[in-house]
Design a protein around this ligand. Structure first.
Ligand SMILES: [Zn+2]
Length: 498
């Protein structure tokens, strides 16, 4: 194995009890030959007695990490692929340097609870993952345990925090947040037990040598003192507050994917730059070349300024339609619509206006006209699963309008505190339909909702995730796609550079 490949890990965290662990191991072994190999599989639940699964464990090629108790008679020839974490808390480091911190709140732990925070304080470094587990007779952490967990999170700032959900069948994935001072994104996940919930494991790839990408949409950091994260209420008095809000909102634009201040901006993907917005091809496009179009066509219109949404509290407007940013976005949309019409395609634009978003942008998907009829069905289908199946998601209820002159719509757009999701269907004959839904910003918003709706229309179920293998394109391919896009777009480009 080369140095480079060993920095790339594929890891799996799962939740199995003593009753379901045999099943889990069998399933993971199968998964390992299909989607692996996994660097390891970590059970986040407590397994006290390993004797009943000895044989199962000895015949597996996957490396399992289990939170277990010290065995009185460990037996001989225990498989080298088994790692038992028997201490109540600690840090396990892999050869690659990947670090997992863990705390098991069981009876053993109760005796040493006061040592936990000093231990992690002394450790003094960050970890990649934190696993916090508890006795299955409890349904959740008690106050003291929760205090310890919060303190440890602040100390070790894990990228991922896993907790078993032993109470319900819900897989809970909180929206990520950022440790601003060190630019570390953080995710927290609660995984239900195998046989309890539909999803009982979570796998991800991790490159030890690369810093983790900051997600485009973040919630405010729940571990900062309340006063620091509360934004000023609606009234904005003068420059001072504006400056403050700006600071609070800003995820250093040097790290923002869409900001030109970021030295690592993917400028080989940019198609056209206007005065207020620019057009770039999408990374990991949902669409594929078709109908004579030589490149995927999925593209993004984004504001040049680092703002979270079209009408935001940093820069509020009561006449959004008159702003130069809005006008330029519409110009881009119309130009794209004309360009794709040449290939008998229309465009569907999906857009999230969310106060906690990092940088405002619109996803533009070319859709062959023959598939346009599928939009209504797809939207309804996905609203249903969003609202009924994923009950912790922010509810979406779309209203359809045929013109931006709709009074309710105007009110929504012109209110800087509104949060809404919208699709604009620009048909190649010039007709426009808008579907919009407000949502509660306190609830979890499915950021992939738009992509899901479009994947169904375009018959591309495997391309839902932009960072999946199937969607990946090399830099050379991206450059070529952008160049071809540019050549075709030139005829419709209204910006100065054209
Ligand atoms: Zn930005």
């Amino acid at each position: 194995m080369t140095e480079q490949s060993s920095s790339l890990l594929k890891v799996l965290f799962f939740n199995a009890t003593i009753d379901s662990i045999k099943d889990a191991i069998n399933k993971i072994n199968q998964l390992n030959s299909k989607a692996g190999p996994f660097t390891f599989a970590f059970n986040i639940n407590l397994i006290d007695n390993l004797s009943s699964i000895k044989e199962t464990l000895d015949s597996t090629s996957v490396r399992y990490i289990l939170l277990s108790k010290k065995e009185k008679n460990p037996g001989k020839n225990r498989s080298a692929s088994l790692i038992q974490l028997t201490n109540p808390y600690g840090i396990y480091e892999l050869e690659s340097g990947f670090r997992i911190a863990y705390i098991k709140f069981d009876n053993d732990c109760n005796k040493v609870m006061k040592n936990i925070i000093p231990f992690f304080t002394k450790f003094g470094e960050f970890v990649d993952v934190l696993v916090t587990s508890y006795n299955q007779i409890e349904t959740n952490f008690n106050k003291e345990q929760q205090y310890i967990i919060d303190s440890v999170i602040k100390l070790v700032k894990p990228f991922y925090h896993f907790t078993p959900n032993n109470e319900t069948s819900d897989f809970v994935e909180e929206m990520p947040f950022l440790w601003d001072s060190v630019q570390r994104p953080a995710r927290s996940l609660k995984i239900p037990q195998l046989h309890m919930g539909k999803k009982w494991a979570y796998a991800f790839n991790f490159d030890i040598l690369k810093s983790l990408e900051v997600p485009t949409t973040l919630r405010s950091n729940p571990y900062l003192p309340k006063d620091n994260r509360k934004r000023k209420p609606l009234c904005i008095d003068g420059e001072k507050n504006l400056e403050k809000i700006k600071k609070l909102k800003t995820v250093q634009p040097t790290n923002c994917h869409f900001c030109f201040t970021n030295d690592n901006i993917e400028d080989h993907m940019i198609v056209s730059i206007g005065n207020n917005a620019y057009l770039t091809i999408a990374k990991g496009p949902l669409t594929v070349p078709q109908q004579g179009l030589p490149f995927p066509g999925h593209c993004i219109i984004t504001s040049i300024e680092h703002i979270p949404k079209l009408n935001c509290r940093i820069k509020p407007s009561s006449h959004v339609f008159e702003t130069s940013l809005y006008k330029e976005i519409i110009q881009f949309e119309q130009a794209l619509c004309k360009m794709f019409a040449k290939f008998d395609m229309s465009i569907i634009v999906s857009e999230i206006n969310f106060e906690n978003a990092v940088h405002y942008h619109l996803q533009v998907y070319p859709v062959p006209n023959k598939y346009l009829d599928k939009f209504n069905i797809s939207l309804e289908k996905h609203i249903h699963s969003n609202n009924e199946k994923y009950t912790s998601n922010a509810k979406l209820n779309f209203k359809k309008i045929h013109s931006v002159d709709d009074e309710d719509y105007k009110k929504l757009i012109n209110n800087p505190s509104s949060n809404y999701f919208q699709f604009k269907v620009h048909k190649s004959d010039g007709e426009v339909e808008i579907f919009y839904s407000i949502f509660d910003p306190q609830h979890r918003l499915d950021l992939q909702f738009g992509r899901r709706v479009l994947a169904y229309i375009l018959n591309q179920p495997k391309r839902i995730k932009w960072d999946s293998k199937i969607c990946f394109e090399s830099k050379e391919k991206e450059t070529k796609n952008a160049q071809q896009f540019q050549e075709l777009f030139r005829e419709f480009d209204f910006t100065d550079a054209s």
